[in-house]
Ligand binder design. Structure first.
Ligand code: SF4
Length: 423
C-alpha cells in the first residue's frame, strides 16, 4: 500500500511551527502528522470524509433539535454480539446460554435508517464484535459510513486488519485495561496482554487509524495515566487514546476500584495538559470545552442498541422502551414514538450533569419502573440499581478545568457541548 511521506522538514520551519504552537497553545502537530505518515491513503481519505460527515451529522442533529423535527441521535452505538473470548471483571455485558447477536438484516437496517438523518458514524461494541460472522461484510457494504470497532484485539489478526484496510472505513479501538499484571488480574489469562498488543500491532502494520481505550480505575491509574504510557503507545504506532472512567456495573461490579474525586480531577488535569504536548490524540466523552461535565445520552447525541435488539439510553443503562424487529424497520418508531428515551433524557439532564447511573441509581430505578422500562440486560438490572449507593463521577462541581489546547477547545466548542440539554 502506497504511504504518503513528507520529506525534509527544514530547521527554519520547525522553529516557526513551534512558535505558532506556543503562541496559539494548539496541540503537538506530531499527533496529526503521524497519521499522515503511517496510515494508508485510503484510510486517510475515509478519515477526512468521516470528519466532514461528523461535522454535518452534528449540525443536522442540532437543526432537528432547534426546529423540533423528529428526533434521531447524531451517532449510534451497536453491541453486535454478546459473545466474547474473555470474562473481564466489571464487564456490563450479560452473557446468555445461546449467544445473542444482531442479524445482518438488522445491522443493515440500522445503518441505512441512520444515514437518512445524516448519521454515518457507528460505535461497534460487543462482547467481542469481531466474533460476529457478518461484521466485515457490513463494513464493506456501507462504504459511506464510518465505524469505530471496540475490540479486545484478540481476533484482530493480520488478515482481518488488511481486510479492514481495504474498506478503509473502520478505526480499531483496542481496549487495554492495564499492563501485564493488571490485565491478568482483570481479564484473566497470562497471555491476554500480549495478544491484545499483537492485535494492535496488526492494526498499525495494516496502516489503519488505530486507537487504544482505557477504563481508568484505582489499580491501573498510575500505569495508564502517565507520560510513559503515552510514549509507549506512540512507540507502538497508536494514533489516539480514549480515556474512560471505570463505572462499576454488570454482574461483578468492583466498587472499591472506582476512582475518588481527587483521582478524577487528576485524570482531567492530565488530559488537559497532555493535549498540548503529547504526540498522540487524547479523547474523552465527559467534558465540554470549559470542563463542564456532560452525558452523551442526556444530550441525545448517542444511544445504544443491545445484542438482543433493545434500544437503550447508553451501554450501561440497560433498559429499553422496545426491541428492534427482524430488519430494524421499527427503529425510527422506537426513537420517535416510544416515550421512554425522550423522558429519560429529560430526567437525567434534570438531575444534573453527572453520570446518572453513578450519582442517582435509586432515583433512576424508580423512574424506570414508573415508566415501565424493559430490562434488556440479561440480568436483574432493576435490583442492581436499587441496591447500589450513589458514587462520585465526572461532574467536578466548582472544580472545572477548561481545555488549554486551542485545537481541542474549538473541537469541543463546536462538536461536543450541551446541545441544550442543560439549559
Ligand atoms: S449515563 Fe453515564 S455512562 Fe451513560 S451516557 Fe451518561 S454519563 Fe455516559
Amino acid at each position: 500500500m502506497r504511504r504518503c511521506r513528507p520529506e525534509n522538514f527544514s530547521g527554519g520551519w520547525c522553529w516557526v511551527k513551534n512558535k505558532i504552537h506556543e503562541r496559539l497553545r494548539l496541540m503537538n502537530p506530531l499527533a496529526v502528522t503521524r497519521i499522515l505518515t503511517s496510515c494508508t491513503c485510503k484510510v486517510q481519505r475515509k478519515l477526512i470524509r468521516f470528519a466532514w460527515n461528523g461535522h454535518r451529522a452534528i449540525r443536522a442533529f442540532e437543526r432537528r433539535r432547534k426546529r423540533g423535527l423528529p428526533f434521531f441521535p447524531a451517532f449510534l452505538m451497536l453491541s453486535v454480539t454478546n459473545r466474547c473470548h474473555l470474562r473481564c471483571k466489571g464487564c456490563w455485558v450479560g452473557q446468555t446460554r445461546e449467544p445473542q447477536q444482531l442479524s445482518l438484516a438488522q445491522m443493515h437496517g440500522i445503518v441505512s435508517t441512520a444515514q437518512k438523518y445524516g448519521s454515518r458514524f457507528f460505535g461497534i461494541l460487543g462482547g467481542e464484535p469481531l466474533l460476529h460472522p457478518n461484521l466485515l461484510q457490513l463494513f464493506a457494504e456501507h462504504p459511506g459510513a464510518y465505524f469505530q470497532l471496540f475490540t479486545n484485539g484478540l481476533a484482530l489478526t493480520g488478515e482481518v486488519a488488511s481486510q479492514l484496510a481495504k474498506t478503509g472505513n473502520v478505526t480499531p479501538l483496542i481496549s487495554i485495561e492495564g499492563l501485564e499484571n493488571e490485565t491478568r488480574l482483570r481479564r484473566g489469562g497470562d497471555d491476554v496482554f500480549a495478544r491484545s498488543l499483537a492485535g494492535l500491532e496488526a492494526s498499525v502494520r495494516a496502516g489503519l487509524f488505530t486507537g487504544v481505550a482505557a477504563s481508568i480505575n484505582q489499580r491501573n491509574f498510575d500505569e495508564l495515566v502517565s507520560v510513559d504510557y503515552l510514549n509507549f503507545l506512540v512507540k507502538k504506532g497508536v494514533h489516539y487514546l480514549w480515556y474512560y472512567i471505570y463505572r462499576p456495573c454488570g454482574s461483578e461490579p468492583d466498587f472499591d476500584c472506582a476512582l475518588d474525586e481527587e483521582r478524577i480531577l487528576a485524570l482531567r488535569r492530565f488530559i488537559v495538559e497532555q493535549r498540548r504536548k503529547a504526540r498522540i490524540l487524547i479523547i474523552d466523552a465527559y467534558w465540554d470545552g470549559r470542563g463542564n461535565a456532560v452525558c452523551p445520552g442526556a444530550m441525545g447525541l448517542s444511544h445504544h442498541i443491545a445484542p438482543n435488539g433493545g434500544v437503550e439510553f447508553c451501554p450501561i443503562v440497560q433498559f429499553s422502551g422496545d426491541f428492534l424487529n427482524d430488519d430494524a424497520s421499527n427503529l425510527e418508531a422506537i426513537l420517535q414514538q416510544n416515550p421512554l428515551l425522550e423522558k429519560l433524557r429529560t430526567f437525567t439532564s434534570g438531575i444534573g450533569r453527572n453520570c446518572v447511573l453513578m450519582e442517582s441509581p435509586n432515583e433512576l430505578a424508580a423512574f424506570l419502573q414508573e415508566h415501565h422500562a424493559l430490562d434488556s440486560s440479561n440480568r436483574d438490572a432493576f435490583a442492581e440499581l436499587q441496591t447500589r449507593s450513589p458514587m462520585i463521577c465526572h461532574d467536578l462541581k466548582g472544580r472545572e478545568i477548561p481545555e488549554q489546547s486551542l485545537a481541542y477547545r474549538l473541537g469541543k466548542t463546536f462538536y461536543f457541548f450541551g446541545f441544550g440539554a442543560y439549559g
